[in-house]
Design a protein around this ligand. Sequence first.
Ligand SMILES: Cc1ncc(COP(=O)(O)O)c(C=O)c1O
Length: 410
Amino acid sequence: MSLDPTRVRKDFPILERELNGRRLVYLDSAASSQKPRAVIDAMTRFIETSYAPTHRSAYTLATEATEAYETARLKVRRFVNAPSETEIVFTKNATESLNLVAYSWGRANLRAGDAVVLTHMEHHANIVPWQMLAAERGIELRWVPLTADGRLELTSLDELLDGAKAFCFTAMSNVLGTINPVRRLADAAHAHGAVAVVDACQYVPHVPTDVQAMGADFLAFSGHKMCGPTGVGVLWGREELLEAMPPFLGGGQMIADVRLDGFTPAPLPAKFEAGTPPIVEVVGLGAAIDYLGELGMADVRAHEQAVTAYALRVLHDRLGDRLTIHGPSSVEDRGGTVSLALEGVHPHDVSQVLDQTNVCVRAGHHCAKPLMRQLGVGATARASFYIYNDESDADALADGLVAATDFFSF
Ligand SMILES: Cc1ncc(COP(=O)(O)O)c(C=O)c1O
């Protein structure tokens, strides 16, 4: 059965809210998604009935809390088809997951003169940790450029990967919406003896994800972009890689033993989960996965393709040459993230005019400044569609953009 956005909207209490008598048109899910009642209730219920510290105590309540936490890990494992739950590490967000890889895998495996390959469409979270490591270790960073329509330009990929130790790339651009050919990129990395580090922050919430089919080595994502709460992210890594890596943060929970002369790390995944974890948030992420699972990720993807195709068509029809849409024009290779440039109107002004009709879009560099430079812009206005958006939201966006052009073309 296909996804019904009208029914889905009813699951999100915030979308009932009106401002100045107008409904909310939330088109900023690429930054953070809204939360369904099921997630809010699961977190409240857990706090009200089962909350206790996990893994540390033998009393019944703590056992229940630990079970809830570990059940969420199983749900994550199934959601991304990881071979084992010991490969699922809970972090604070995708940023921390990627920092974990750069810090722990990177410091253990990279030496001066080694090369890491990135792309021009990366989010800062998949750039800066590698730049920090490069500055510290004398590592060379190489960059995959883009085509004019916002895809990866792969003709020189073999040259770029020659002698590289890691290839770090996004599965879906948070600016262009481009969906990258993850399997092909991972295979290319492996052919050159490099590991494939996949930033799937914009992918996992929108597309059925199978880490085994992707052939990746590491995969990072955040709970808050997929109907879950803030404060929890995931790093999936291949077990043998995670096993061989030193811990990232030190403290409680990540140790098997501590002596005056040193420590022995805990087995996976606790080795990478130092300190009291985001217990309630992990439970919330588990509920978000249940929610998305009930919708069906194939239907989520099909719905987003349909609503994005409609949006691209209606924007083009109503604004013509006054509007530039960055990224691929075919919805087969893109997600529901649409970055716009309206002729003669600054993206922040676009966002402010849209706000007058409660259309929420983000304006800025979207934490992708190198990409902004490639596009030759300082910022874009970005509308991003998700499960609760429908054609009326695309119409509201188009209405607002027409109003913005009228307002600024005096
Ligand atoms: C592609 C991509 N990677 C990484 C991140 C970082 O996510 P977080 O801020 O949840 O750590 C984002 C967030 O916008 C993103 O879009």
